[in-house]
Design a protein. Structure first.
Length: 378
């Protein structure tokens, strides 16, 4: 095969390999995020990342170019990415998978025999280069050094048997250039997609969060309430909803102005979050109305929480200026499945009705959803 034809085939295979790299990265990173792989135990995450990137390396080997005496490809890139963005453990797993894949593809030929040597040298070299750089955050400079090390290692493997040495050396400048392009392109896409995921996560959080209080907003309530209900059904546990309204809030706004009203809203939100568990979820439904979902909470416990919130708000001096404080009270309704509601669908409606009754009865009180016992007392 002439040098021109060899270069043409290599360029063709390189372009395909580059497309494969980009495609695999674009597919795997969002899938990895969706599966919340970063929340998994280290060994669990490492095995999955290593195995998947090992498969990536095998796929890249399918597009190898046969330079006399050796197969040339970009199999080093998945291992480099694992060292850069993850850890040594998944990179070791990926290297072993690539070795096994090369052996299976070539049925134990000379190509397969040199792969363990090459992958071991690359793994150790990449790991050493990674340790030289601080901070740990990957950089293009570190990536470039790793790529150059890979190229030098590949030359050492290629020239060790001196077969067609001159033809190999004519071929190497093109391989050097294209491997640098391929490696840096892969790093660019990893960093770009990672930043994109961070921005998307930030935007999703902002969309679901009330800008003033930092609590979840009504959009988030509508999205998450169904999940909380489904979890309660699946686990066969109780589910309580507190609905809270700040008494006379319109008059406070009209009298002292909206800045004072905003100060009261943020102060009340602090009291609210301080008095609930980490598994509970507080929402600002809009205006002066709030709600709290209490998974696995019985009516008696929920009443204690509600009363504690009410008393602390009543006792708290909400200062709207250095010399002036505004007294604030809240009305709270409590609805619990199955203690006061026979169906999960009734919880929100029951809580709204009880909040209305609490305000009719004079405000500044906790009013639970009606039970047979409560009806008898009344």
């Amino acid at each position: 095969m002439g040098n021109g034809n060899l270069l043409f085939y290599f360029l063709d295979d390189f372009f395909i390999s580059l497309c494969v790299i980009i495609t695999l990265i674009v597919i795997y990173l969002p899938l990895r995020t969706k599966l919340k792989l970063d929340d998994k135990p280290f060994w669990h995450k490492g095995i999955i990342d290593g195995f998947v990137c090992g498969l990536f390396g095998i796929i890249l080997m399918l597009f190898s170019t046969d330079v006399p005496g050796h197969l040339v490809d970009l199999r080093f890139i998945p291992i480099m990415l694992l060292i850069l963005f993850e850890a040594a453990f998944p990179a070791a797993i990926g290297s072993v998978v690539i070795m096994i894949g090369r052996f299976i593809l070539d049925n134990g030929t000379d190509f397969a025999m040199t792969t363990p040597i090459l992958m071991t040298m690359l793994f150790i070299g990449f790991l050493f280069i990674d340790k030289l750089y601080h901070p740990k955050q990957p950089s293009y400079r570190k990536s470039l050094v790793m790529i150059l090390f890979s190229n030098i290692t590949f030359i050492i493997i290629m020239v060790s048997d001196f077969r067609d040495f001159l033809q190999q050396m004519r071929f190497m400048p093109a391989y050097f250039l294209l491997s640098i392009i391929g490696g840096l392109t892969a790093v660019f896409f990893i960093k770009y997609l990672s930043k994109t995921e961070v921005l998307i996560s930030k935007y999703q959080e902002e969309v679901a969060t009330d800008f003033l209080t930092g609590l979840q907003n009504m959009r988030s309530f509508e999205k998450n309430w169904g999940k909380l209900v489904q979890t309660a059904i699946t686990k066969k546990e109780k589910l309580t909803l507190l609905t809270i309204d700040i008494d006379y809030f319109k008059q406070i706004n009209d009298t002292y102005g909206h800045p004072a009203g905003n100060h009261i809203l943020t102060g009340f939100s602090d009291i609210l979050t301080k008095n609930i568990r980490s598994c509970d979820v507080a929402f600002r439904n809009g205006g002066d109305e709030f709600s709290v979902a209490l998974p696995g909470c019985a009516l008696s416990d929920a009443l204690e929480v509600a009363e504690r919130i009410r008393k602390e708000v009543e006792a708290c001096p909400f200062k709207i200026s250095r010399d002036q404080a505004v007294p604030v009270t809240v009305s709270i309704s409590v609805a619990t499945y199955p203690d006061t509601c026979t169906s999960h669908d009734q919880i929100v409606q029951a809580a709204d009705k009880c909040l209305y009754k609490a305000k009719l009865l004079g405000k500044n009180r906790v009013y639970p959803s009606e039970t047979p016992f409560r009806k008898e007392v009344e």
